[in-house]
Design a protein around this ligand. Sequence first.
Ligand code: SF4
Length: 692
Amino acid sequence: MKKITSVCPYCGAGCKLKLVVEKNKIVRAEAAEGVTNQNQLCLKGYYGWDFLNDTRLLTPRLTQPMIRYQKGGKLEPVSWDEAIRYTAERLSDIKAKYGPRAIMTTGSSRGTGNETNYVMQKFARGVLNTNNVDCCARVCHGPSVAGLQQTLGNGAMSNSISDIENSKCLLIFGYNCADSHPIVARRVIKAKQNGTRVIVCDPRKIETARIADRHLQINNGCNMALVNAFIYTLLEENLYNSDYVAQYTEGLDALRDTVSDYAPENVEDITGVTAKQIREAMRIYAAAPSATVMWGMGVTQFGQAVDVVKGLSTLALLTGNLGREHVGVGPVRGQNNVQGACDMGVIPNQFPGYQDVVDPQVREKFARAWGVDPALMDDQVGVRITEVPHLALEGKVKAYYIMGEDPLQTEADLGLVRKGFEALDFVVVQDIFMTKTAEAADVLLPATSWGEHGGVFTCADRGFQRFEKAIEPQGNVKRDWEIISLLATAMGYPMHYRDNQQIWDEMRELCPLFFGVTWEKMGDMGHVQWPCPTLDHPGTPWLYEGNRFDTPSGKGQLFAAKWRKPAEVPDADYPLVLCTVREVGHYSCRSMTGNCAALQTLADEPGFVQINPQDAERLGVTDRQLVWVSSRRGKVISRADVSERINQGAVYMTYQWWIGACNELTQDNLDPVSKTPETKYCAVKLEAIADQ
Ligand code: SF4
């Protein structure tokens, strides 16, 4: 029996654990002393490993390369040589016929690690010559990255998970940490026990609302109006830090002007909370000696998400809650390595280390390092994954190489996504399970899983952490970066890496932000937070020391915007708001947690639709009754979960279920900047199913 140190492959909390291995099987997981988790795990950390033992509960593990030679034909097992030859030939043909931008690729925010993401974007940019590479950040915290880069300079948490409990005020906005990051929720509880004032803005009575000093039970879809009213209050009541604002920020006059119509008394109807509640919340926030804003998908999955992120960072700027310990802004990233996927440049606008693709000097640097003609490098921002269905239907994207993502389960308006897939000429899926997307592939490339390889993840607070291989893989599978390298070589760009460390060293040589994060330093310290620019640098627990921001002027950018209604509001036909949410026992598309026996037993139904008792009574729906949920785009079956915690007029569903996936109902109103869909808001109706 041996114990292998790893990092949990689920959420961005980055919990360290030990996998106990016997005869090449995982027998249990134990909590380890990680910086973020302090010897604690949630149930996914403790029980989320047994898909590695191939329990085959939900979907089969992919163990063999397969090709579907004819559209509509069957997937046939083939050798790796044939899979690589065929894929390389088809991608080369499409590139030659339609150009590099006709091919879309993805990195993965899951268990594959940073090195693979680096290699994937190198393949896209250096071999295919396109910036069409993206990841699931697009459908979650893409707005946090875009918004914070504009106002503060870095699209990441400014603070550390371990420092949350030291803040004297937590403003928690659209973020249900108890379900999405249970170990971060522990920090919130510890903060409360230390006397921290907790303000929660959320339409539901989520767990955190139970311990909050103030719960603003807001209307769905009001975020920008509420943030404007917060800013208005800070300015009108002189609660803001005028010295700090004068010295370290820009845009105060425009800010005053924009929020002038948003007196709390003017927005009670929009927000659903009283002016008194709004004003009191800001008085608490501004008076605290240290304050932190935390947010999640309840901010980012809206058509006006980037504006709200910029507004939330403005609250921190107005009150001087940046540039020191115990304060800051915390977009708590969802998947375990979504921060890392962005760090490694699997985003269409930036190379690894957040270096712009439109900067000729940056392009030249990467091209020279990779031995690629700089003239071949794409000089335009690439396609985002949420644009693929539209561009496929327009005939502009022809091939899609998807690694460790499941867009046919996780993206908004699945009917549209399916039509887009049908219009594609060629779909390659590199994954570990037969996901919904894998079922639609022309080529399946089976990869090793977390547990079967080592690497580096970045957790939500910018901390790089190494994880180790625990078991030998079963089946005819290969490492993700090895598969990509074989494809690159077959397409005429020889790519040969010895191991992860060689890839890592190549990456950090090209990224000033990460240069000092050596393999050995991660081994010694376990958690090294970027920026870490030099070999003797210890890493950066909090950003913006000296209140110097990484914006062009070095100043924080104050921002507000007029509130826009969500794209599809309830009406007589579809009178309820549907909001997508998370469920604590499962993760993302459920391909991993759904194949874990212990987690599966927690909830084995096709999901629940949470509804308020008054709405349920009006509709003749009782608790646990089967119901139809319909929108203008689809209809799914679900089971009613009647609860006082739910606000009237709205219902809530997870996207983790194969039957009754709520993304059949959602719509893809995209934020104009980040292109993130509005999966937190669309109009639906609910009907009881009588005969059960
Ligand atoms: Fe920690 Fe998140 Fe894993 Fe739970 S799911 S153990 S909170 S990393």
